[in-house]
Design a protein around this ligand. Structure first.
Ligand SMILES: [Zn+2]
Length: 199
């Protein structure tokens, strides 16, 4: 965990890191990192989507509606990209949820200059939804531009179901983090090996 109290990001894409803010989804006790709108604005700042002064202003809203929308978006992102990572067809309803939130986000954005002479969506103002707008934009960017063949679901049997972009050369990364699920998997492998030798 980071100093901010949020999970250290390992997804390699903002939208995947946001999906991972509900950690250990297949375990008996998943860990929720976004309980309130204040958490959401805090995470957005943590992920570099808004600066600290903007985050402080947004937090004053403490908007329940924005929080609910963001969490629905998060679940849609999770559904879409776990399907992608498993080579399955993403559920149409989840895809449509992402599309709808993206449409709302870009409707409130303007085009501003980006590095190398290109342009990018820019968000200004203090509407509470600004905390999740860049996440919707990132989800559609990843869906439309990829690399989707690098989206993976953590292979841990313990059931983290963390999502990440595998940027390793030969696409061999299997776990969300080597010191998290990677270690657990290693321990389990060793235990199985010990059992096998005993037999
Ligand atoms: Zn994991």
């Amino acid at each position: 965990m980071s100093e901010s109290g949020f999970l250290e990001p390992f997804g390699g894409a903002v939208c995947l890191d946001f999906a991972n803010t509900l950690d250990g989804r297949a375990t008996a006790q998943p860990t929720e990192y976004v309980h309130t709108y204040v958490d959401l604005a805090g995470w957005s700042e943590f992920a570099g989507l808004i600066d600290a002064p903007t985050s402080a202003r947004l937090r004053r809203h403490d908007s329940e509606a924005s929080l609910r929308t963001a969490l629905n978006l998060r679940e849609a992102i999770f559904e879409v990209f776990t399907a992608v990572g498993r080579g399955e067809t993403p559920p149409a309803g989840s895809l449509d949820e992402v599309r709808q939130r993206y449409a709302e986000a870009v409707a409130s954005a303007r085009l501003g200059p980006a590095p190398e002479g290109s342009f990018t969506w820019e968000f200004t103002g203090d509407q509470p939804d600004r905390a999740w707008w860049p996440i919707a934009v990132d989800a559609v960017r990843l869906l439309t531009q990829g690399p989707l063949n690098r989206v993976k679901v953590c292979a841990a049997e313990a059931g983290c179901i963390g999502l990440f972009l595998d940027t390793s050369k030969n696409r061999s990364r299997r776990w969300c983090t080597m010191d998290g699920c990677g270690v657990e998997a290693k321990v389990q492998r060793q235990a199985r090996r010990r059992q096998a030798t005993r037999r």
